[in-house]
Design a protein around this ligand. Structure first.
Ligand code: NAP
Ligand code: GCO
Length: 265
């Protein structure tokens, strides 16, 4: 049973994984036996990521690549295949958010979020699938969101992207399942990373941010998630233990989607 969760001999590319959720997922995949490759936009961020991996005792390889740039992504994948090996596991993790009321958001800002959070997973998946088919199969894990299912004020672009990413996940599963490629999503709840730091800032009066208090009331687990909470789900979806799971989004949210929320006192 334990062996079905092992990833020995597998090459895993985790995009945008210098820190945050991507770093935690890459760490988990490494501990399960995978060889880790990651990218970031600038060399300085790749270097910071390499330092983080070195401190964790993980011999990861890092490359500079903007995942929205199709030519750069194709070069990245070709370089990885040459220097490391065919990519067996792809985690489309890189992402951004812009919290702007929709009617105040420019079309350019909307497009930028769609470009990173939806177009890029398409571009990177398209780049790795041919070699996966030749090798006899592979795993693609798209990092979705609560906003793949729910909306809220100020995150229209992000919700549209993450909703689309859920359907891209299902479509890749549908189109390439016959080649033994499983494409699934992980839908994290509210996780304590740099991306959500503004939502957890302590207020001038020393109180917790109103949104912080809101999420605690909306989460049965009554806490924010930690990036490490995603480790087990990621290893499961990257391993042969999930070979008949395809097109599924696994929500790792402490129960938010199941819960109406705690009654205010
Ligand atoms: P984060 O702390 O902001 O990290 C995002 C990572 O993506 C950074 O390393 C960033 O690199 C990289 N990135 C952004 N744009 C890129 C591009 N064009 N090319 C390459 N790399 C790029 O975010 P996080 O909280 O770890 O989130 C990671 C993923 O989980 C995202 O897809 C996010 O939408 C999703 N998610 C997060 C939460 C949460 O509560 N935190 C919940 C659900 C889903 P730089 O450092 O260079 O900017
Ligand atoms: C927000 C948050 C969320 C989380 C995550 C929830 O502003 O609502 O950033 O979008 O990042 O996506 O699953």
């Amino acid at each position: 049973m334990n062996n079905m969760f092992r990833l020995d001999g597998k090459v895993a590319l985790v995009t945008g994984a210098s820190y945050g959720i991507g770093f935690a997922i890459a760490t988990a995949l490494y501990k399960a036996g995978a060889t880790i490759v990651f990218n970031d936009i600038k060399q300085e961020f790749v270097d910071k990521g390499l330092a983080n991996y070195k401190e964790a005792g993980i011999p990861a390889r890092g490359y500079v690549c903007d995942v929205t740039d199709e030519n750069a992504v194709n070069e990245l994948v070709a370089t990885i295949e040459k220097e490391v090996g065919v990519i067996d596991i792809l985690v489309n993790n890189a992402g951004i958010i812009k919290r702007i009321p929709m009617c105040e958001m420019s079309a350019a800002e909307f497009r930028q979020v769609i470009d990173v959070d939806l177009n890029a997973p398409f571009i990177v998946s398209k780049a790795v699938i041919p070699a996966m088919i030749k090798k006899g199969g592979g795993k693609i894990i798209n990092i979705c969101s609560m906003m793949s299912e729910l909306g809220r004020e100020t995150v229209s672009a992000y919700a549209a992207a993450k909703g689309g990413l859920k359907m891209l996940t299902r479509n890749i599963a549908s189109e390439y399942g016959e080649f033994n490629i499983q494409c699934n999503g992980i839908g994290p709840g509210y996780i304590a990373t740099p991306q959500t730091a503004p939502l957890r800032e302590i207020q001038p009066d020393g109180s917790r941010h109103p949104f912080d208090q809101f999420i605690i009331a909306k989460t049965p687990a009554a806490r924010w998630g930690e990036a490490e909470d995603l480790a087990g789900p990621a290893v499961f979806l990257a391993s042969e233990a999930s070979n008949f799971v395809n097109g599924h989004v696994l929500y790792v949210d402490g129960g938010i989607l199941a819960y109406i929320g705690k009654q205010p006192k």
